[in-house]
Write a protein that binds this ligand. Sequence first.
Ligand SMILES: Nc1ncnc2c1ncn2[C@@H]1O[C@H](COP(=O)(O)OP(=O)(O)OP(=O)(O)O)[C@@H](O)[C@H]1O
Ligand SMILES: [Mg+2]
Length: 372
Amino acid sequence: MPSHPRHRAATPSIDDAAPPGEREGHGERDVGTAVRAVEPPDPADLATDLQGIHKSFGKAHVLNGVDLQIPRGVIAGFLGPNGSGKSTTIRVLLGLLRADSGTATVLGRDAWRDAVDAHRHLAYVPGDVNLWPGLTGGECIDLLCRMRGGTREGAVAELTERFQLDPRKKSRAYSKGNRQKVALIAALASDAELLVLDEPTSGLDPLMEREFQEVVRQRRAEGVSVLLSSHILSEVEQLCDTVAIIREGSVVEQGRLEDMRHLTRVTIDVITAHDPALLDDSMDLGELQIHEMAEGFHITGQVEPAALQDMLPGLHSLHLRQLHVAPASLEELFMRHYRAEPHGEAGQAAGPGGVVGVETRAPGKPAKPDPS
Ligand SMILES: Nc1ncnc2c1ncn2[C@@H]1O[C@H](COP(=O)(O)OP(=O)(O)OP(=O)(O)O)[C@@H](O)[C@H]1O
Ligand SMILES: [Mg+2]
């Protein structure tokens, strides 16, 4: 083992190990008023609790009052466009950066003041993993595990096998995905109560992504809390219980994915035998798109969940041949937060996927004859 590898290359865990006094020296400012939820959750039930976090770098206001509460025992997705402040928020949470104002608590401890103690109970994987180039992958894993503290019995060998990592290679020879595997194995093998994962799978292939998801689900079942920053919407959709969206340094949406879905329009896709123009005025199909096809009438669009109930008798009377109702996908829910308007306003939600080239007409009007 080379002497003092920690002085050669920076890794997230090395950062983690640095005492607060040795980290970035940003001037202290007055602690601002924390923004509190109407019914604040019990702090003991929270893995992380950020309130009113502000952070500037020079004149750039990067975090503008971030509130982020993650209940214990859940997998929480953290989404947002490039540069919106995800990694900066995570660095505040890890005590690697000092917030200008606001309060940051992680596992019941002050993220800055009690960082060393907090790090005994959490593990962190960044998107961009730097390792000690002269050490093998196995040596890097051992070192990362020893720096952290407790490791699960037999977990390193099991995860090394599972992620198909050759631990004998020097880490300088690893691809990006293999470097990520090293950091993931060390974090997932730990007995941490909280896993903080900042885009941990951006370099993994789909098979490894699946393994990652399975292990993270196992950890959740064992009571571990997970903060997962990701640009991979399918990963978030499949894995996360709660989601927070950050945009321009503020969390604009936060909660259970299922609750968010209930607030969002559902996509319907129906084929009827009879023409919806036959419906009387009381059976309003709203803004649905109607297209006459050889085998009937194709009706698609998005409706409020409450309106669906009123619509069904009318659709039923048209002799249903096919009925498909789907909740909004994560993409539909969140794309509007990603699309920046010129004045910084969120754009409209993306249209329903898979409904392309549909000719439209106002409900109740006769369909145009099919040109084909
Ligand atoms: N140490 C720093 N000094 C100056 N500016 C910084 C520093 N760290 C981050 N920033 C700026 O803060 C903003 C937010 O960066 P951050 O890395 O938090 O974004 P992100 O949401 O993680 O983006 P991505 O999805 O690309 O990873 C960016 O404009 C970035 O340039
Ligand atoms: Mg980032």
